[in-house]
Design a binder for this molecule. Sequence first.
Ligand code: C2E
Ligand code: MG
Ligand code: MG
Ligand code: MG
Length: 287
Amino acid sequence: RAKHEGRKRHCFFSQALEESLMARQEIEQWLRHAIRKDQLEVYYQPKIHLNNGQIYGAEALVRLKDPNGAIISPDKFIGLAEEVGLAPELGRQVLVKACKAAKKWLNTNSNFTISVNVSAAQLRSRLFAQELSDILRSIGFPTGNLEIEVTESMLMEDIDLVQNTFSACHDLGIKIAIDDFGTGYSSLSYLKKFRVDTLKIDQSFVRDMTTDKNDCDIVKAVIQLGRSLNIDLCAEGIELEEQYAQLREMGCEQGQGYLFGRPVPLKEFDQLLKDTVDLSLLQTNSH
Ligand code: C2E
Ligand code: MG
Ligand code: MG
Ligand code: MG
């Protein structure tokens, strides 16, 4: 009987494994196709000044569509892209699309900052900063309006290389943010070594900060850390008014989250910015 159950369980596992392998193969195929045809989509999520609620920029977030047009989340294909060597080209295409889009948005707000996520494979290239600079020049996008987001674990791979890349980026005027701050297993000493402009407080701390004292204390500590090192703070995943109020009170400068806006396609973000400008014109005129 035990033998029988064992076999059944074995069957169950191998079937699940086979299904997930097939799903991976399918996603890889769609991803290759989308990259070849330059059909990756980029969504934009507003980034907000917490003190006045105004939009100061956007984060570019890649999206892949399956043949039926259903959206596949990047959590399902970024790791895969890294494994099969597609991450550098994916990153390049997202950067080009995002900077072309943001170039228009600079017309309404010359301080508009576009944030682009960078993969480990991109950061591993010695030519990364040079490539960024070449792409920005060819688009005619000002380096000072680009921020790249990297995660902590990427920093510890090759410290000298990252240090060189970050200073080259800084010399170009490109800003650097540490994404998902607090979730990596890295040492804080890198904050002294690398020149970092922004710490993005991970959404897992923000989610429960109004109900869990530990999370609240962590958020407070990160804000103090940023302050004493003169690094800006951006809270991710703000969904509730209470979180917004607390973060603002704690002195967190920037934030993003569903409370202010979900990631949306290019056209919708265009409209969002336009509506915001119309609204502020309306307010100025009525005074
Ligand atoms: P991330 O860079 O930390 O991006 C934040 C994620 O949180 C996004 O998920 C965003 O849609 C989601 N989010 C924003 N506000 C809220 C909120 O209020 N509540 C909740 N629950 N979630 C919120 P998304 O778009 O699925 O992206 C997941 C991750 O995939 C990103 O995390 C980033 O690490 C990676 N990624 C996305 N686009 C790119 C890209 O172009 N290149 C690379 N290398 N990675 C990317
Ligand atoms: Mg990010
Ligand atoms: Mg994040
Ligand atoms: Mg993340």
